[in-house]
Design a protein around this ligand. Structure first.
Ligand SMILES: Cc1ncc(COP(=O)(O)O)c(C=O)c1O
Length: 484
């Protein structure tokens, strides 16, 4: 072994290379301050779509071979250029897209603090303050959903897909005796679960990951409003029972991804009870309205769920990687994730160790991205943002109607799907709008019809931005008509 590696100068150099000394830190913070100020100055006018081509991006990335060391200023400069020009700006007020809201300043600060201290939340004793903060948030949201606070359990997840997967594992463990030990062999007949045809199809991946396979997923038809057809559900359940399948879980979606529709949760809860099914509500996006006095009644029936998925990185403005699984009865989590090892710090009888109560092992302090903004803004601050966005959605709807667009979905929430009243092709319209690079929206299929899809997803969006969206849509329609 070389003794030079234990030289004090070398160790100092190692530390300073991974965590620069004060002068360099000051420079980096100065650079970062400029990045933030430029971002704030430009975000409303920046091109929403990437302006760098794949070749431009490759040109920059190819300069990096990682063999040598580079000045931080040039690396950070490249990264910011790539971010500014090489991505869709989901935090722009002109992004009327998928459920990717504008992250809050406070969420970003939380992300930085978390990375700085890098707490390990696998076991309570390693980060008691952090685990307790996350537990408090989960309990608070569970209480807003109508669960009994003392009984609420759950965990922060990387997102909605992981939270939904957690629900499936909990449902299998609770409803299929012997599942925790024997897995699917404990159940001779095929277990099946029920989601609407308009649910988020991460459920198919989850079915595969759990060993159930896609055939275990029953996609129940939706009615003309995009809600699960409960009569169809009951008929499918009866048929499955007769054919010897084992129904174990029913999932309601609160805020479908394509059209923002809320399933008839209260009615579905009755069916779940009748058939002894685990009832989960995927409220990844619309669960946010639990914070709004005016709109939370739209979620009636959620209080009857066994568990809920709620993504803070959707409508609650947290940076990516902030999902939640929330259950009404915390003992639900004891069995599915139980494991005991000698190398992990021993737990105690009072505090729950997250690694034996959730899917992850090592865990990041993702809850801080919700804790800091919620503490600073309060529920009222979030409610104001949500209520404003709902109102802006209603304004967009009425503006569309005035300009010969037909809204095809019916939801009070700010997801608006529409088509041209005169039958101009939706795909061509979308290409035309995106090519102008002033706004971002997508298309979807609703009620078997192709439609443009917009969602008021940024808290930066204003009435003027919605007016501009209309201008862009009308111009695109004129251009397609002229070309046709
Ligand atoms: C209703 C719904 N559930 C689940 C998900 C998956 O969430 P995530 O992408 O955070 O894993 C989404 C994503 O948009 C969604 O809209």
């Amino acid at each position: 072994m070389s003794t030079t590696t234990l030289n004090t100068d070398v160790s100092r150099e190692i530390i300073a290379s991974f965590f620069p000394e004060q002068d360099e830190r000051t420079q980096v913070f100065g650079f970062l301050k400029n990045v933030v100020e430029n971002y704030v100055a430009d975000i409303s006018t920046i091109k929403v779509n990437p302006t760098m081509s794949k070749a431009d991006i490759a040109g920059i990335i190819s300069r990096y071979d990682f063999d040598g060391s580079l000045p931080a200023a040039s690396v950070l400069g490249d990264v910011i250029s790539l971010m500014e020009q090489g991505m869709v700006h989901v935090t722009s007020p002109n992004y009327f897209g998928l459920f990717n809201p504008t992250s809050s300043f406070w969420g970003g600060i939380a992300d930085f603090i978390t990375a700085l201290y890098n707490p390990q939340l696998a076991v309570w004793s390693h980060a008691p303050a952090c685990v307790d903060i996350e537990e408090k948030l989960i309990r608070y949201l569970g209480q807003l959903a109508g669960f009994t606070p003392a009984d609420v359990g759950g965990a922060f997840t990387t997102g909605g897909a992981e939270a939904n997967c957690t629900a499936l594992i909990c449902a299998l463990t609770r409803k299929i005796p012997g599942f925790a030990k024997q897995g699917l062999q404990a159940q001779p007949s095929q277990p099946v679960f029920y989601i609407s045809a308009d649910s988020h199809l991460a459920w198919l991946k989850i079915a595969l990951q759990s060993g159930l396979g896609h055939d275990a997923v029953r996609l129940i038809a939706v009615d003309d409003n995009g809600k699960m057809d409960v009569a169809q559900l009951s008929a499918t359940l009866a048929d499955d029972r007769q054919r010897g399948f084992t129904p174990f879980m029913l999932v309601g979606t609160a805020g479908t991804t394509n059209a923002g529709v809320i399933d008839p949760l209260a009615q579905m809860a009755v069916v779940a009870k009748e058939h002894d099914l685990y009832f989960h509500v995927d409220a990844a996006w619309a669960g946010a309205i639990l914070l709004s006095d005016s709109h939370s009644p739209l979620l009636r029936g959620i209080e009857l769920a066994d568990s809920i998925t709620l993504d803070a990185h959707k409508w609650l403005t947290a940076p990516m990687g902030t999902g939640m699984f929330i259950c009404a009865d915390k003992t639900l989590l004891n069995q599915p994730f139980a494991v005991s090892t000698n190398y992990m710090p021993a737990g105690d009888d009072v505090n729950i160790d997250p690694y034996v109560n959730s899917m992850q092992w090592s865990r990041r302090f993702n809850g801080l991205k919700l804790f800091i903004p919620l503490a600073i803004l309060g529920r009222a601050g979030f409610s104001k943002m949500i209520d404003y966005q709902v109102e802006l959605g209603a304004y967009l709807k009425s503006s569309l109607a005035r300009h010969d667009w037909v809204v095809v979905n019916a939801t009070p929430l700010p997801v608006i799907c529409f088509k041209d009243a005169g039958g101009v092709d939706t795909d061509q319209l979308l290409l035309q709008v995106l090519a102008a690079n002033q706004v971002w929206l997508s298309s979807t299929t609703f009620n078997k019809e192709k439609a443009l899809r917009t969602c008021i997803t940024s808290y930066r969006s204003t009435r003027a931005d919605v007016d501009n969206l209309l201008v862009q849509l009308n111009q695109a329609r004129d251009a397609v008509r002229k070309a046709g």
